[in-house]
Write a protein that binds this ligand. Sequence first.
Ligand SMILES: N[C@@H](CCC(=O)N[C@@H](CS)C(=O)NCC(=O)O)C(=O)O
Length: 259
Amino acid sequence: MATAPYKLLTFAMSHYSEKIRWTLDHANIPYQEECLTPVFHMGPALRLGGRGKTTLPVLQTPVESVQDSARILTWLNDHGQITSLMPPEHLAEVRAVEQRFNDIGKDVARLLYAKSFGKADAHIMELWTDHAPAWQARIIRLAYPLIRMGFKQKLRINEASALQAQARIDLAMHWLEDRIAHGHGRRELVGKQFTVADITAASLLAPIACPPQHPVYGDPEYRKAMAEATAPWKDRPAVAWVLATYEQHRGTLKGGVSW
Ligand SMILES: N[C@@H](CCC(=O)N[C@@H](CS)C(=O)NCC(=O)O)C(=O)O
């Protein structure tokens, strides 16, 4: 079997990873996804990213490896791969909307972990180990309390930061709702076509909206585990927009991962 020219390193449950996964799927760019295990991702992310950062996603291309979802979009666009998703006449606005939703990514993670650590640990452990080799899964399970503590520190998770995260997510949702309300019936956030602005907004809010098309957030177990965190937004038009966008545009996951 021919190997795909691109390899996408992700966490299964990462919303920034979903943004790139969706972009590649939508643009029909052949790729192989590899879901890494938290903690064990650091080596590959540091080595391939070459920027002293440990974040995923990282896209390995035939030319070079690119870390960071915004930089990956720039690379794909510069190489002529996603022109219809980044229309030149709207590029500045598309990127501004992308940035707006990138900026709440950490808040979404912070809030979900703040509300589920200590309450849904069994499910979180499962999410972290679902695609892991047996030896890694064993270590994660044994070290879970320590890793959880590390996450809490890294994401600065506490009562006050969770409240602040909730307020910032709320603001982004209000912006989205205002945008749709003034869109004269159009659901696209920029111009008249589907762009990475829509993909970014929908992906970054997906852990809250829980669209059934998403392999992690669509799982009833995930919804149950995150119910307390997601409850305040259940009936919001922004959440309805995310669900409708997934239904209309998400399509098949083509990275070859068995979910
Ligand atoms: N600015 C980055 C943020 C990515 C990010 O925060 N990824 C999280 C997962 S959602 C991550 O890799 N966390 C683990 C780490 O930082 O080591 C992007 O857009 O790709």
